[in-house]
Ligand binder design. Structure first.
Ligand code: NAD
Ligand code: MG
Length: 375
């Protein structure tokens, strides 16, 4: 019997990597469902190769591709009885509903799509507990942590140190960063990823999102989740235990390994597809503190995390709006952090326990971000 996998966002960077992994694991897994936003041609080619029972195109226009359309297709794909694992490779808040639906239906969610966990961490983790579902991170840092702590008791865990590449502006000065172009922001030194997360890596918003993600996944207070800049992206995370011992997970940067591990956790299966690690080839590994003046949005994210409730919801929403405007060429890079700051200043923090409060806070923050960004 093979395990049925749904891939939400199969046409994106993570989605394509997931199919790459599955092409080497056909004896264990079968693709049961695929969804994409608007790339009908690629989705059709993937569907022809994998012949899943369900194919959903969110924004189909007049095209007839597969058997699902509109935003509902995400929940349909995620909750099908022939689906055991949902790989959520959607970008942004759009993945929230399907994540909740999959967890309510008792599925394992291999979660790359970190934004829902940031905007609604309490709700998502509670839904998993109540629905019998399970969240297994695909994000490389969180996969590293999970690999280091599997088999340990939560009380043995003392501190996490997530690594950050520092992005393309690591050696720049803050004035130059504020005026950086879209091309410059998209030139990531170590990872090839979708546009939104690449911009988030340049601003270090991605690392703030990951600190919040780690808090909800592993139940540690924010004071126990540190970040260090590590330009080579070879060490993915460090885990410190209560006795002072530190474990790390290392490897050349590839998302295929964390994707496979999210499918097989806590087991490991043979896979010849990823480049074997070689410490000599990895060369010198360096670590630096985060330069706060270079990454103002990172500090804002940590402050939102500490404020709790709907503050991370507002942080995520403001960032999504600002990054979209930046990628459209409508605002400067520096405006991303300014916009987030304005939204967080005005945001009234509420308890984030219900879907309704989360969605209300998200919508209000988006409205404010649009005003603040362009004024
Ligand atoms: P991407 O832009 O390459 O792909 C996004 C996918 O989501 C596409 O298939 C697109 O069709 C789909 N999508 C976009 N908007 C949608 C919507 N409104 N409704 C339904 N589907 C929609 O992005 P990516 O780099 O693959 O990243 C996906 C997620 O994984 C993000 O949350 C990102 O932060 C996270 N992640 C990515 C990487 C990486 O290496 N790319 C690493 C860690 C985490
Ligand atoms: Mg990451």
């Amino acid at each position: 019997m093979t395990v049925g996998v749904a891939i939400l966002g199969s046409t994106g960077s993570i989605g394509c990597s997931a199919l790459q992994v599955l092409s080497r694991q056909r004896d264990r897994f079968r693709v049961a469902a695929l969804t994409a936003y608007s790339n009908a041609d690629l989705l059709q080619r993937q569907a022809a190769e994998w012949k899943p029972g369900y194919v959903g195109l969110v924004n189909s226009g007049k095209r007839e591709t597969g058997n699902g359309k509109g935003p509902e297709c995400l929940v349909e794909a995620a909750t099908r009885p022939d689906v055991d694992i949902v790989v959520n490779a959607i970008v942004g808040a759009a993945g929230l509903e399907a994540t909740l639906a999959a967890l309510s239906a008792g599925k394992r969610v291999a979660l790359a799509n970190k934004e829902p966990l940031v905007m609604a961490g309490e709700l998502v983790t509670r839904t998993a507990r109540e629905g019998g579902g399970e969240i297994v991170p695909v994000d490389s840092e969180h996969s590293a942590v999970l690999q280091c702590i599997t088999g340990r008791r939560p009380a043995e865990l003392a501190r996490l140190i997530l690594t950050a590449s520092g992005g393309p502006f690591r050696t720049w000065n803050p004035e130059r960063v504020a005026g950086a172009t879209v091309d410059e922001a998209l030139r990531h030194p170590t990872w090839k990823m979708g546009r939104k997360i690449t911009v988030d890596s340049a601003s270090l918003v991605n690392k703030a999102l990951e600190v919040i993600e780690a808090h909800f996944l592993f139940g540690l207070p924010y004071e126990a989740v540190d970040v260090v800049v590590h330009p080579q992206s070879v060490v993915h995370a460090f885990v410190e235990f209560v006795d002072g011992s530190v474990l790390a997970q290392v490897g050349f940067p590839t998302m295929e390994l964390p994707i496979l591990y999210a499918l097989t956790h806590p087991e490991r299966v043979p896979d010849a597809g990823v480049r074997r690690f070689d410490p000599v080839a990895a060369g010198t590994l360096t670590f630096e503190p985060v330069r706060a003046e270079l990454y103002p949005a990172y500090g804002l994210g940590r402050a939102a995390a500490a404020a709790g409730g709907t503050a991370p919801t507002a942080f995520n929403a403001a960032n999504e709006v600002a990054v979209t405007l930046f990628l459209e060429g409508k605002i400067r890079f520096g405006r991303i952090a300014d916009t987030i700051a304005r939204v967080l200043e005005a945001h009234q923090v509420r308890d984030a326990a219900s879907l309704e409060t989360v969605l209300t806070a998200d919508a209000a923050a988006r409205r404010l971000a649009r005003e603040a960004a362009c004024s």
